[in-house]
Design a protein around this ligand. Structure first.
Ligand code: NAP
Length: 316
């Protein structure tokens, strides 16, 4: 069987591919072109794609009777793959849940702290040689300890963020989710997203991207937030109406934002870059070597099971 790995992965992940599977590792780090994606479906039995490889319904339909029967996505988020169209074409889709949870929750905490405590702004000031020295009213931010966090999408990552906020920072935890969750500490579920937004000091997006959640966080949510509150997004860019976020920041409807993902990634609007109260990270959620190795091994485990004709461990 032939496997295409669509980006260079950590060596340990590639080494985990079982003997007997012929592997091609694409050398480029950028997403595949449409021609490359068509080739992936026509010339390989299995593919490990990732973020940015847009397997739309049209792309999948453009390769009738694809040789490829498995898209073993490298990553938990799979909103770049039209799963219905893939299944219709006889292609199984898998992902890498769990491997990413703690690392992504850690980046959410990084963004919360950086935004609330003005860390990006302060670092820029020091590097620019513009620090006049300590004084009692300099760069006063928001104290995170004891505040209220609101989590939109209380799944694996949402719950890991909640645990960090509760145990590490004594924060009260609110959330908006379709189904109630049972955490080992007190939480408050809101059935209406704007109610959750209004109740908290930091609102964090941790919901999957895709058609069902596109722009779930927009102008009404920002209008409901307190002017002293911060917004953090570690989920997917398309869950936020980025123009509405910029408008809310410019109007002072919210105090600031911490973003790991963007609506038109890797393009970041100049308006966001210009704002001192916005922390901008380059999609670092899972960017730690052990995590990327674990993600790769999980994708390869799906490939290996599929090649043996066994049920895949992580179907979506
Ligand atoms: P998960 O366990 O599936 O959790 C997602 C949660 O969102 C579910 O618990 C679900 O709860 C809730 N949800 C889904 N649709 C919803 C809707 N329409 N309205 C309200 N809640 C909804 O997934 P996860 O492992 O936590 O990952 C979450 C997302 O994080 C991924 O899909 C990925 O896009 C993103 N991510 C980003 C990075 C990064 O590098 N920044 C890294 C990893 C993951 P209910 O079903 O109960 O509603």
């Amino acid at each position: 069987m032939k496997l295409l790995i669509c980006r260079p992965l950590p060596e340990a992940a590639v080494a985990a591919v079982p003997d007997g599977i012929e592997v091609e590792v694409r050398a480029e780090t950028a997403p595949m072109s449409e021609d490359e994606m068509r080739r992936s479906l026509s010339d390989f039995d299995m593919v490990i794609p990732t973020l940015g490889d847009l397997y739309s319904a049209e792309l999948i339909a453009s390769v009738p009777e694809p040789r490829c029967k498995l898209l073993a996505n490298f990553g938990v988020g799979f909103n770049h793959i039209d799963v219905g169209a893939a299944k219709g074409a006889g292609i199984t889709v898998t992902n890498t849940p769990g491997a990413v949870t703690d690392a992504t929750a850690d980046i959410a905490m990084t963004l919360m702290l950086m935004a609330a405590r003005r860390a990006g702004e302060g670092e820029r000031m020091v590097r620019a040689g513009a620090w006049p020295g300590w004084h009692p009213t300099q760069m006063l931010g928001m104290h995170l300890t004891g505040k209220a966090v609101g989590i939109v999408g209380m799944g694996r990552i949402g719950q890991a963020i909640a645990a960090r906020c509760h145990h590490g920072f004594g924060m009260s935890v609110h959330y908006f989710s379709r189904t109630p969750k049972h955490l080992p500490f007190e939480t408050t579920q809101h059935g209406v997203l704007t109610d959750c937004a209004a109740a908290v000091d930091v609102l964090v997006a941790a919901v999957p991207g895709g058609a069902a959640t596109r722009h779930i966080i927009g102008a009404p949510v920002f209008a409901a937030m307190q002017p002293s509150a911060f917004f953090v997004n570690i989920a997917r860019g398309d869950v936020v109406d980025e123009a509405a976020l910029i408008g809310a920041l410019q109007a002072g409807e919210i105090a600031g934002a911490g973003l790991d993902v963007y609506e038109h990634e890797p393009s970041v609007p100049d308006a966001l870059v210009a704002m001192e109260n916005v922390v901008l990270l380059p999609h670092l959620g899972t960017a730690a070597l052990e995590v990327r190795v674990d993600m790769g091994k999980m994708a390869v485990a799906n490939v290996a099971a599929f090649a043996r004709g066994e049920p895949v461990p992580n179907p979506v």
